[in-house]
Design a binder for this molecule. Structure first.
Ligand SMILES: [Zn+2]
Length: 254
């Protein structure tokens, strides 16, 4: 069982990070990818991946992170990727987010495009974050040629959008919110996506799955999302886990 998207460097984990990691291993989590949202958190993700053989890192600038100097920050992100082969496995999370208003769409778009070409240059996959901007993000990607492989994390669209994501060659990952009873649109998208194109993730500390809803999320809880998705896809949790683990290892070359 692999948690393909977590933020264990957040200070919410400072009091008990080692216990969180131990609990994940205890329930059979075999790998965790921590995802940077800016230079500092990307560095912390790399540090976790260097300290733990079963941890990996994605480095990147989230669309709504404060960036004072894009050129300088991109150099730092690129350096982290170049100097940590095998530990840095993706560029992310990158994308568009129109929900939070701190960074304008005009500022987000070049940030996205430049990180896409960074991924291309270093032959790394990408991890997309998208909130309230799916139409724009899909239009931008559909206009690009030579896209790197990647995943739409915490997928937030319906079956129609999922179809466009798949047509672009990307994978789809659902976070704990797919387990919520009212998440009918997400569940429709989940029914549409073939098991071979799915990844599992927690997005810890956010969006804990239904049995733990409202609590701080952690990688050990990925099993609840796995069980829910297995039920929707009508496969056993073990079969789903076997497939998603293989897909994740292939995509990120773990
Ligand atoms: Zn995230």
């Amino acid at each position: 069982m692999i948690d393909s998207h977590a933020h264990l460097y957040f200070d919410r984990f400072d009091p008990d990070r080692n216990e969180v990691i131990a609990r994940a291993r205890d329930v059979g989590v075999s790998a965790v990818i921590n995802i940077g949202i800016d230079v500092e958190s990307s560095e912390k993700s790399v540090a976790l991946a260097v300290a733990n053989r079963d941890f990996f890192a994605a480095v990147g600038l989230h669309p709504t992170s404060k960036v004072a100097d894009l050129d300088r920050d991109l150099v730092e992100i690129e350096t982290l990727a170049r100097e940590n082969p095998g530990r840095v496995v993706a560029i992310g999370e990158i994308g568009l987010d129109y929900y939070w208003k701190e960074v304008s769409p005009e500022e987000q778009k070049p940030r996205l495009l430049r990180q896409l070409s960074l991924a291309r240059t270093h032959a790394l996959p990408v991890i997309f974050h998208c909130r309230d901007a799916l139409a724009d993000l899909l239009a931008i990607l559909e206009a690009e040629d030579d896209l790197p492989p990647g995943v739409f994390h915490c997928f937030s669209g319906g079956a129609r959008e999922a179809e466009r994501v798949l047509r672009l060659g990307f994978h789809v990952s659902f976070a704990g919110n797919v387990t919520y009873p009212k998440a009918t649109v997400l569940q429709e998208a989940l029914r549409f996506v073939p098991v071979e194109k799915l990844l599992l993730e927690t997005d810890s500390p956010f969006l804990a799955p239904q049995p733990r809803r409202g609590k701080r999320n952690e990688p050990a809880f990925v099993r609840h999302t796995r069980d829910f998705i297995a039920g929707v896809k009508d496969v056993s949790p073990e079969e789903l886990e076997g497939t998603t683990d293989a897909t994740t290892r292939r995509l990120f070359r773990l």
